[in-house]
Design a protein around this ligand. Structure first.
Ligand code: NAD
Ligand code: WQD
Length: 339
């Protein structure tokens, strides 16, 4: 079975391509390399002992996508990772986010529809819940994102539901990831953010490797165990496995179905720092600064639905997330550039 993976050269996509190849799927990746390097896929190929096909193209480019679907008539499902994901940037450049994420998905759906491909697994985000009233957050929580990036994810979820409603043959899995971290245990592929990382784990690993001086902890006056923000960190290899489970579930599940992918367990910023120091023996100097605009105190997933319907649950705990993130950073201090 061939799967088309948009954004497959990126952080989560590359780990999922590895899992797909290992499970025997044929893969074609479509990526414009706006936030990734093709080297990630070369490393995936070396790890898997099999090559994914790669087409450099932008998903907003209909002619280019048409050509891909013509060239690969055996594609039977799409894993759709391609998108822009920086919350702050989305506030400054909303149109770029709507074009890339929403228009890109529209074009992708049009081309899939024209070629009779009706299975999709879409990368949504816990960001669609905004400041959720219920924690752990169930999938039934109202979608109230608080920034343009989150709005694009909600709009895409609605767009996919409308497409499926009009075309009952479609089956769509919506995966709402919580906080993906870590790297493949080989240390060969991992997260390679451009510029200063926005997210906590790559910031910590860059402090540990000497690229950044010290961590700023955004607020210690939240109503949490130690005052710092609590999140549901999930190992990227567990996430990758969740995609394969969702793909298999679409054989049975009709319509559109959303699943949270998290561990169901929350850790504070300082707990993550402490785990990193304990596991790696590296000291992470930090200072506490004010809260970051838009942050919530606590967010972690209710994972009952994914475990019941996908037969999937996260297997790797915080220590593995930390040690694998560190192995990747330590052996590739400058990411794919000079790794
Ligand atoms: P990433 O930036 O590493 O990967 C996204 C990939 O999509 C990149 O390789 C990029 O080059 C490609 N891309 C972007 N726009 C494209 C376009 N128009 N055409 C073709 N390719 C394009 O990000 P990631 O962390 O791997 O995230 C993958 C998906 O998961 C994204 O949709 C993101 O919004 C979502 N997500 C990520 C997180 C997270 O914290 N990393 C959390 C929840 C959801
Ligand atoms: C985690 C915790 C921060 C950096 C974001 C997106 C979300 C999703 C995942 C894509 C928070 C604190 C962080 C730092 C810190 N991405 N922190 N110092 O904000 O939960 O989620 O990534 O869909 O949409 O919003 O993740 O890693 O940025 O922050 O103290 O330098 O670490 O305040 O409590 P977040 P994060």
């Amino acid at each position: 079975m061939r799967v088309l993976v948009t954004g497959g050269a990126g952080y989560i996509g590359s780990h999922t391509v590895l899992a797909l190849l290992r499970a025997g799927y044929s893969v074609v990746v479509v990526d414009n390399l706006s936030n990734s390097r093709v080297e990630s896929l070369q490393r995936v190929a070396a790890l898997a002992g099999r090559q994914p096909d790669f087409v450099r193209a932008d998903i907003t480019d209909k002619a280019a996508l048409e050509a891909v679907f013509r060239r690969y008539p055996d594609v039977s499902a799409v894993l759709h990772f391609a998108g822009l994901k920086a919350v702050g940037e989305s506030v400054a450049q909303p149109l770029a986010y709507y074009r890339n994420n929403v228009v890109g998905t529209m074009v992708l759906c049009e081309v899939m529809q024209a070629h009779g491909v009706q299975r999709m697994v879409f990368s949504s985000s816990a960001t669609v819940y905004g400041d959720a009233k219920t924690v752990p957050v169930p999938e039934s929580e109202p979608l109230k994102p608080t920034n343009p990036y989150g709005h694009t994810k909600r709009v895409i979820e609605e767009l996919l539901a409308d497409v499926q409603q009009a075309n009952p043959g479609w089956r769509v899995g919506i995966l709402r990831y919580f906080n993906p971290v870590g790297a493949d245990e080989s240390g060969q592929i991992g997260e390679d953010p451009q510029g200063v990382p926005n997210n906590l784990m790559p910031y910590i690993t860059q402090v540990a490797v000497g690229r950044l001086e010290s961590l700023q902890v955004f607020g210690d006056d939240y109503p949490t165990i130690d005052g710092t923000g609590v999140r549901d960190y999930i190992h990227v290899s567990d996430l990758a496995a969740g995609h394969l489970a969702a793909l298999r579930a679409l054989e049975q599940v009709e319509g559109v179905r959303a699943w949270n992918l998290g561990t169901g367990q929350g850790y504070s910023v300082l707990e993550l720092v402490a785990a990193f120091e304990r596991v790696t023996g590296k000291k992470i100097p930090y200072t506490v600064v004010g809260r970051r605009a838009g942050d919530v105190a606590t967010s972690y997933a209710d994972v009952t639905r994914a475990s019941g319907e996908l037969g999937w649950s996260a297997q790797l705990g915080l220590d593995r997330m930390v040690s694998d993130a560190w192995r990747w950073q330590r052996t590739n201090p400058d990411g794919y550039d000079k790794g």
